[in-house]
Ligand binder design. Structure first.
Ligand SMILES: CCCCC/C=C/C(=O)SCCNC(=O)CCNC(=O)[C@H](O)C(C)(C)COP(=O)(O)OP(=O)(O)OC[C@H]1O[C@@H](n2cnc3c(N)ncnc32)[C@H](O)[C@@H]1OP(=O)(O)O
Ligand SMILES: Cc1cc2nc3c(=O)[nH]c(=O)nc-3n(C[C@H](O)[C@H](O)[C@H](O)COP(=O)(O)OP(=O)(O)OC[C@H]3O[C@@H](n4cnc5c(N)ncnc54)[C@H](O)[C@@H]3O)c2cc1C
Length: 666
């Protein structure tokens, strides 16, 4: 094997690192065996050379990109399937794959089968009765059918009660008639819907015995299983080019009085009997369960995408030299600029914060789901609220820090060959899909306002909101992480109290409850955001303390520094709030600023080690700037030479347009 020559700056960064990088990787993976298992899986996938692109994806046409993505998706699925451990439960399989980023080695812009795995199968599991699960899951898991989740319409994504697609039960034939009465009723967005899926879970308004029975899920065949032609009464297509997700094959779908048998309504929660009698589920919001599931998964996805971006930016910053710190010295590594450390170290800490939070949330989700399966619904509202607020915060922060990583790479970060623009294209839609972020914050605010009333009535609050009832003053600012966590809780409590007071004031002034809510909503969403910040800092700290207690002292120290950096960063970002709601003084602010700068200095020698610890291979990073060997300039040139425009010294447009134009003949 050829010896890899590593850029000397990167090599000396690695020599400086104070902890064992492999120990960090094992910690992130949840143990040495998990690291080994993940690497074996990566080896296996990466050894399939047909999964690699000969021509960089960005030079393909829209149609070619899709065809190439399908070619790889099929092969990738087969390889992954061959590696599945049949003894693992679904819960374990998902938890064990939390650190897997191998999909990005194959797809820079995501896979057209994503929705099949992430939403179609989970919708059958969550919404189908035992018989339906038995039949459809077997087919879906064997890939005999490919599905998606068709909920959003051209006219409505957020407001689900406003969906226009109808499913009207006809007892004479024991069928549902699916119909899109208007253009705005067309399903719009579902991934894989355009040309990939032949089935989908359609969310439609059920009418039976002339009554609106709310949104219900239906499993609908949309294409012939043999010819793949759209079935009669079904109009299908692709929605066109987007900022990202261009290989996901997002589509539209309209129904023209399309009939499906009665047993195609997924009836785990609500049912329609042969004569058309509707039986409601224990809670109508159980129908929204697939969204809760995906919101939970998004938190982890954001942590992984951010780890990728910050790995690229930190390695590049160790290699890149620019300007002068001192006139007599050579140009420094840009990582030596404290402003650069300020831009990037928070990205490392944030990825850690959300990967810990994501696992904590996943375990909580699994616990509440098993309760729901046993008919216990008490913890559903808290789960919904937690999933909403953590999905919002992780997606917002990932988008900000991925973009900051791109900007931190200067001009080269703008190149697609850096893979930073595409990574941004993958994180930014998460602020919109699976519930637009403002809308979800309003859901969180709704649950907080309810909790506030419960507290005033002396009722016990859900564990994640219990701090609201803590009336104790925060007497003294001690600057410790735990002290700052308490201060964040005080901020959330104070902002909630303020927004509830405003909400009530507006009603007393004569506004309707709805208008008062709307008028108070800027404050309400701010309170919800603060509640989320309080949860993330607390979970990051307590989970790190719990899991890292057995680690070696140098690694433990490095992790504690990340927790403290994260906490201080947000304290400094939210100074106004802390000054309003905690005993923070000007001196404390100066101390915090000094401690933050001290931490940047302490983390600096470990920066490359910290991103190496994410253990994201070059094939997954897909980046000329972020490769392990740091051969940044050579790779930028190699990638540039792949541009089809470089295949000939003179382009034909010269003779056709430029030359006649320059000679005044055009
Ligand atoms: C790699 C990943 C790829 C992902 C690709 C993307 C896929 C998608 O985007 S799929 C489409 C996702 N769409 C959405 O997320 C839509 C967002 N909208 C909603 O979720 C809802 O419409 C709503 C929550 C914003 C409002 O629903 P609505 O029916 O109007 O509810 P109400 O306001 O009347 O009632 C609120 C009431 O219900 C509780 N609640 C709402 N959602 C849930 C839930 N999922 N689970 C449990 N409970 C829920 C809410 O807390 C309120 O309770 P009360 O305060 O007690 O009344
Ligand atoms: C890449 C991508 C993939 C997707 N994949 C799927 C899929 O597979 N299946 C699927 O069904 N859908 C999918 N979607 C659709 C997605 O779920 C919706 O776009 C999302 O739920 C937001 O709805 P909307 O587009 O109607 O936004 P809107 O609700 O129209 O939002 C526009 C603005 O209005 C504001 N707003 C709306 N309602 C309120 C309110 N009540 N209070 C305050 N402000 C409000 C929002 O905050 C936002 O600023 C996807 C979307 C994207 C971008």
């Amino acid at each position: 094997m050829a010896k890899i020559t590593v850029n000397k700056d990167l090599a000396s960064e690695r020599a400086k690192c104070e902890f064992n990088v492999e120990e960090l990787t094992n910690y992130l993976d949840g143990g040495r065996e998990n690291t080994a298992r993940r690497r074996r899986m990566e080896d296996k996938v990466l050894s399939v050379k047909e999964l690699r692109d000969e021509i960089p994806e960005e030079y393909l046409s829209h149609k070619e990109k899709y065809e190439n993505a399908i070619r790889k998706a099929v092969l990738f699925y087969k390889v992954q399937k061959s590696l599945d451990d049949p003894n693992q439960s679904d819960h374990e399989r998902i938890r064990n794959s939390y650190r897997s980023t191998i999909t990005s080695a194959i797809f820079k812009d995501n896979s057209p089968l994503t929705l099949h795995i992430v939403m179609f199968i989970p919708a059958i599991i969550g919404q189908g009765n035992d018989e339906q699960r038995e039949y459809w899951l077997k087919r879906a898991k064997n890939m005999e059918i490919i599905g998606t989740y068709a909920q959003t319409e051209l006219g409505h994504g957020t407001f689900l009660r406003g969906l226009e697609t109808t499913a009207t039960y006809d007892p004479a034939t024991e069928e549902f008639v699916l119909h899109s009465p208007t253009l705005t009723a067309y399903k719009w967005w579902p991934g894989g819907l355009a040309h990939t899926a032949n089935y989908c879970v359609v969310m439609a308004i059920l009418y039976t015995k002339s009554k609106n029975c709310g949104i219900q899920p239906f499993i609908v065949q949309i294409r012939d299983e043999e010819t793949h032609m759209p079935l009669p009464g079904i109009k299908l297509g692709e929605i066109g080019a987007k900022l990202g997700y261009n290989t996901v094959n997002n589509g539209f779908l309209g129904f023209d009085n399309h009939r499906i048998p009665r047993d195609r309504m997924l009836m785990r929660n609500a049912q329609v009997s042969k004569d058309g009698t509707f039986t409601a589920g224990a809670n109508s919001k159980l129908t929204y369960g697939t969204m809760v599931y995906v919101r939970v998964l998004i938190v982890n996805n954001m942590a992984n995408l951010l780890a990728k971006a910050v790995t690229i930016a930190i390695r590049y910053s160790a290699v890149r030299r620019q300007s002068k710190l001192k006139p007599e010295d050579p140009e420094p590594q840009i990582l030596d600029y404290v402003t650069q450390q300020h831009k990037l170290f928070i990205g490392i800490a944030t990825s850690h914060a959300y990967s810990r939070t994501a696992l904590w949330l996943w375990d909580h989700y699994a616990k509440v789901t098993s309760e729901l399966n046993a008919g216990k619904l008490d913890n559903l509202p808290e789960l919904h609220s937690l999933a909403c607020c953590l999905k919002v915060l992780s997606s917002v922060d990932a988008a900000v820090f991925v973009e900051r990583s791109r900007l931190a790479c200067g001009g080269h970060g703008y190149m697609l060959s850096s893979n930073l623009p595409q990574t941004y294209g993958l994180v930014t839609p998460a602020s919109t899909f699976e519930g637009e972020n403002t809308v979800l914050l309003l859901q969180v605010a709704r649950s907080l306002v309810k909790a506030w009333q419960q507290m005033l009535n002396g009722r016990q609050l859900a564990p994640s909101m219990a701090y609201l009832a803590d009336q104790k003053q925060l007497d003294r600012w001690d600057g410790s992480v735990n002290g700052i966590i308490r201060a964040f809780q005080k901020v959330a409590r104070g902002k909630l109290a303020f927004s509830v007071a405003n909400f009530e004031k507006y009603q007393k002034m004569g506004l309707s409850r709805e208008d008062a809510w709307n008028k108070a909503s800027v404050q309400l969403t701010a309170a919800a955001e603060s509640h989320g910040r309080a949860i993330v800092v607390q979970v990051f700290k307590t989970e790190t303390d719990r899991i890292a207690s057995s680690l070696s002292p140098p690694l433990r120290k490095a992790l504690d520094q990340l927790v403290e950096l994260f906490t201080l960063y947000w304290a400094l970002e939210r100074l106004g709030d802390l000054l309003l709601y905690s005993p923070l003084s000007e001196v404390d602010v100066r101390d915090m600023q000094a401690r933050y700068e001290e931490l940047l200095e302490k983390i600096r020698p470990n920066a490359v080690g910290l991103v190496d610890g994410f253990d994201i291979r070059d094939e997954i990073l897909n980046s000329a700037l972020g490769a392990y060997d740091g051969r940044v300039y050579e790779r930028l040139m190699e990638e540039a030479l792949k541009s089809p425009l470089n295949a000939e010294p003179v382009n034909s447009s010269f003779h056709k347009y430029l030359k006649p134009f320059m000679q005044g003949k055009l």
